[in-house]
Design a protein around this ligand. Structure first.
Ligand SMILES: O=C(O)CCC(=O)C(=O)O
Length: 274
């Protein structure tokens, strides 16, 4: 099979806009493996927790640190992703974490404007040499609360963040100025298998899911391997240099979910929220 690649032109656009969408980066068969496995994955289900937005609506997520020998690990280290992330970061990547976002119909909550590096900085990463990759497992559109980004906002550098409900939110005054000055707000509408790469300083948010369609996605975060966090107390900060696995690793791994011993983030213990 011929797999798509993240090109030099893609990198140029990513550097200007702070994000890039690769349509159909994963095939329907691969998405079925990721989505089908996650729907049935008891280990994931057991470690999923709710984060409340300011209205008390809940976004369910499960987050783990070390990529395993399962279908998600095959995804997050496969050549397509590895090479793209290596190109973006300019060197060997390390995996920070992966998470399964489960924005359920009618109850899935909103995410406030934030930069990922607004709080990752507090995990001890000195440089914003970090990026995220989101693959859509279901359709993502305005109705079910797709991601929204402010194009080019990664060039602002890191801005101040405070708490917004159980989430971390960027200083609203800065967002208002960005919008007043015409910074473009883009709704990232995706089909299953479409993949978004976005810079850790890109401002992003999403609305609650008021539709009757779930919006599920898998987001993996990476950093340049030399950007090792100085707060290493596990598992809140994590740094796992990765090796490239073949693109067909996903298809070859099949419906294999996370190991019982996977190192999950725990809401109460690791982020102090009940
Ligand atoms: O997927 C979403 O709706 C928001 C996700 C997000 O903002 C994040 O993971 O930082």
């Amino acid at each position: 099979m011929i797999y798509s690649r993240f090109t030099d032109q893609d990198l140029e656009q990513y550097n200007i806009e702070g994000f890039l969408i690769k349509k159909g980066f994963f095939s329907a068969e691969e998405v079925e493996l990721l989505y089908g496995t996650s729907l049935e994955d008891d280990v994931l289900g057991k470690h999923s927790f709710d984060l409340n937005d300011q209205q008390g609506l809940k976004t369910k997520l499960a987050l783990w640190f070390t990529p395993g020998e399962d279908v998600y690990g095959a995804y997050s280290t496969c050549s397509r992703i590895f090479r793209a992330v290596e190109k973006i970061l300019g060197g060997a990547p390390a995996h920070f974490h992966s998470k399964l976002m489960q924005k359920e119909p009618k109850v899935g909550g909103a995410w406030e404007w934030h930069q990922d590096y607004g709080y990752w900085y507090k995990n001890g990463f000195l440089y914003p040499q970090m990026t995220s990759v989101m693959v859509a497992l279901t359709k993502a559109n305005r109705e079910n609360g797709c991601l929204q980004v402010l194009k080019g906002s990664h060039l602002l550098g890191r801005i101040e963040h405070g708490f917004a409900g159980e989430q971390v939110g960027a200083d609203q005054k800065i967002i208002d100025v960005c919008l007043d000055r015409g910074m473009e707000l883009v709704y990232v509408e995706l089909d299953p298998g479409d993949t978004l790469f976005f810079h850790c300083n890109l401002l992003h948010r999403s609305d609650a899911n008021n539709s009757d369609q779930a919006r599920w996605s898998l987001i993996s975060a990476y950093n340049l391997a030399t950007n090792k966090p100085f707060r290493v107390e596990a598992p809140v900060s994590s740094w796992t240099p990765i090796s490239e696995r073949p693109d067909d690793a996903l298809l070859n791994t099949g419906h294999k979910g996370l190991d019982l011993k996977a190192d999950f983030l725990e809401k109460e213990k690791d982020i102090g929220l009940k």
